[in-house]
Design a protein around this ligand. Structure first.
Ligand SMILES: [Zn+2]
Length: 126
C-alpha cells in the first residue's frame, strides 16, 4: 500500500513538472540549433578552407534522413532501432563531413570506420 502511494506521488510529481519540462526541452533544442547555425556560418572547412554556412546543416539533415529511411526499409518490421547520428554538417563546397561536438561546441571531421564505410557504400549502391 505504501509503495503504491509513493508511486502515485512520483507519477503526480512528474505530471506536475511536465508543463515545465516540455517547454524547457523545446527551448533548449532551439538554442542548440541556433548555436549550430551560428557555428556553421563562421566555421571554415578543414579541407577546402571555405565557410560551411547553414547549407551544410541542411545537406547533413537530408543525408541523415536518407540513411535512416534506408536502414528502416531494410529492417524487419517491428524492429526497434537505436540510431546515433553520424553526420551533422556536410561542406557544400567539397563534401567533407563533420560531426558536432556539443561539449566543445565545434565541428570535427567525421572519421569513417571501415565497417561503416562498407555499410554506407552498400546503401548508396542500392
Ligand atoms: Zn570544404
Amino acid at each position: 500500500m505504501i509503495k503504491n502511494i509513493r508511486e502515485c506521488i512520483l507519477v503526480l510529481f512528474f505530471i506536475l513538472l511536465l508543463p515545465i519540462l516540455v517547454p524547457y526541452s523545446l527551448l533548449m533544442d532551439r538554442v542548440e540549433k541556433r548555436r549550430r547555425r551560428q557555428l556553421a556560418s563562421r566555421f571554415v572547412c578543414e579541407q577546402c578552407g571555405k565557410v560551411l554556412g547553414v547549407e551544410a546543416l541542411q545537406l547533413a539533415d537530408e543525408r541523415w534522413d536518407e540513411i535512416v529511411k534506408e536502414i528502416i526499409a531494410k529492417s524487419e518490421p517491428g524492429t526497434r532501432l537505436r540510431l546515433v547520428r553520424t553526420v551533422d554538417a556536410i561542406c557544400p563546397h567539397c563534401g567533407c563531413q563533420y560531426l558536432y561536438r556539443k561539449a566543445e561546441r565545434t565541428f570535427v571531421v567525421r572519421e569513417v570506420s571501415p565497417e561503416w564505410e562498407r555499410l554506407e557504400s552498400k546503401l548508396d549502391s542500392e
